[in-house]
Design a binder for this molecule. Structure first.
Ligand code: KIV
Ligand code: ZN
Length: 435
């Protein structure tokens, strides 16, 4: 076995997060146009970024990281276009990422000049590994980079005279950083910014590389929230990557543990295994009765724009959004769905209670049409359901097993899925005309 490092457990007495409930949605920040974009084989053009930005606004994001304007001419041009063509609604704040380096910070402020509301998001890596191997700098030197960068941001904000500029700091690779040191750097940044309840710093604690279980990350967030010098002067933000496949769980548990804000991307786009998937997390909240504030009522449209702009696919089994997630292939599932749909509303207190369908597909703009497909795995309930739904034919119970057997045998022989039309033909041929 090769050894991999996980971060040590935090000794935290009387942790509260396992008993907490998510009562309200966090502040969401989309990083589709930055983290998502930088991870694309072909990054978005300015036009594609504009289309994606409009989509994100229509979904309801109020904070949108629009790029890394000091990194390329396209990135800079896009931010300028948003500002100059007044494409940013009054209630939306754009966010720009910058490293903690003087010329990059200055260029980022140039990019947002004239924007009514903007967040300057500055980061530097604080992990043991990066300090030792990449930067070869001591803890003090790394902290000084963060503090000097923050001072410059504060100065440029003052010079701009814009009250609408806010500040976010990320101790990048937080998951590989000693917790007390991450707190020490964040405290120094808060001081340098002059953080207060009226002028809070967004402290974004990224799971830059997902290295441990979601519960261990949640412990770190609870520890951080408890030990920060002035909780009211900081907005605790989470930016979870999906290296272990658990970014959504990480963000959900972090929210239980006290985080205020969540960064993520549609369908989990982002570096390597992606960022926390906004669609899944928001709809998870929705199914628990929490209004996410995001509108995913037309997922097919959102998916189409996403595909067009990013040239990425959405996995057919992607939670809530995949092509196959409202489809049942097995007979027993089809039978249960068919019965559930008929009985829907009569059981319990009006809750959605159709077996095997965790949500009403209609709530996300998907139709019932695709729910039952008939192939060699289908059973009598599904076959009867299709005939009734598409042709209004109610086949008697005694006939169902024989007919289903015919359908299954044909599907097995051909190895194909059978369309409702084919099933209807088979029914007419075998069970009506010949008898
Ligand atoms: O994953 C990460 O740490 C980042 C930072 C720049 C916030 O994307
Ligand atoms: Zn990231």
């Amino acid at each position: 076995f090769r050894k991999y490092s996980a971060y040590p457990a935090v000794p935290i007495e009387g942790r509260t997060w396992p008993d907490n409930r998510i009562e309200a949605a966090p502040v969401w920040c989309s990083v589709d146009l930055r983290d998502g974009n930088q991870a694309l084989p072909v990054p978005m053009s300015v036009e594609e970024k504009v289309a994606m930005f409009k989509l994100l606004v229509s979904v309801g994001f109020k904070e949108i990281e629009v790029g890394f304007p000091s990194a390329s001419a396209t990135e800079f041009a896009f931010v300028r276009r948003l500002v100059e063509e007044q494409l940013i609604p009054d209630d939306v704040t754009i966010q720009v990422l910058t490293q903690a380096r003087e010329h990059l910070i200055r260029r980022s402020f140039e990019a947002i000049s004239g924007a009514a509301n903007a967040i300057v998001h500055m980061y530097n890596s604080t992990s043991t590994l990066q300090r030792d191997v990449v930067f070869r700098k001591s803890r003090e030197e790394i902290k000084a980079i963060a503090v000097e960068g923050t001072h410059l941001c504060r100065q440029l904000k003052d010079e701009s005279g814009s009250a609408g500029i806010r500040f976010e700091y990320s101790p990048e690779s937080f998951t590989g950083t000693e917790l007390d040191y991450a707190l020490e750097v964040c405290h120094a940044v808060m001081e340098a910014w002059g953080a207060s309840a009226d002028n809070p710093v967004i402290l974004n604690l990224p799971s830059t590389v997902e290295m441990s279980l979601p519960n261990m990350y949640a412990d770190r967030i609870e520890w951080f929230c408890r030990n920060i010098m002035d909780r009211g002067a900081a907005i605790i933000s989470v930016h979870a990557h999906n290296d272990r496949g658990t970014a959504v769980a990480t963000a959900e548990l972090a929210l239980l543990a006290g985080a205020d804000r969540i960064e993520g991307a549609l369908f989990g786009n982002g570096e390597r295994c992606g960022n926390m998937d906004m669609v899944t997390m928001a709809l998870n909240l929705f199914t628990q009765g929490v209004d996410s504030g995001l509108d995913f009522s037309d997922l097919p449209y959102i998916r189409e724009v996403y595909r067009r702009c990013t040239r990425m696919d959405v996995h057919p089994r992607h939670p809530y959004a995949g092509d196959l997630v409202y489809t049942a292939f097995s007979g027993s599932h089809q039978d249960a769905i068919s019965k559930g749909m008929k009985a829907h509303g009569s059981h319990g207190d009006g809750l959605w209670d159709v077996p095997y369908l965790p949500i009403d597909p209609g709530d996300v703009g998907c139709s019932y049409e695709a729910i039952v497909r008939i192939n060699s795995q289908s059973g009598k309930g599904g076959v009867a359901f299709v005939l009734e739904k598409d042709y209004g034919i109610q086949i008697p119970k005694w006939m169902q097993p024989d007919f289903a057997w015919e359908v299954q045998a044909l599907a097995d022989r051909t190895g194909e899925e059978l369309s409702p039309q084919r099933i209807h033909e088979l029914f007419l041929d075998g069970f009506v005309r010949l008898r």
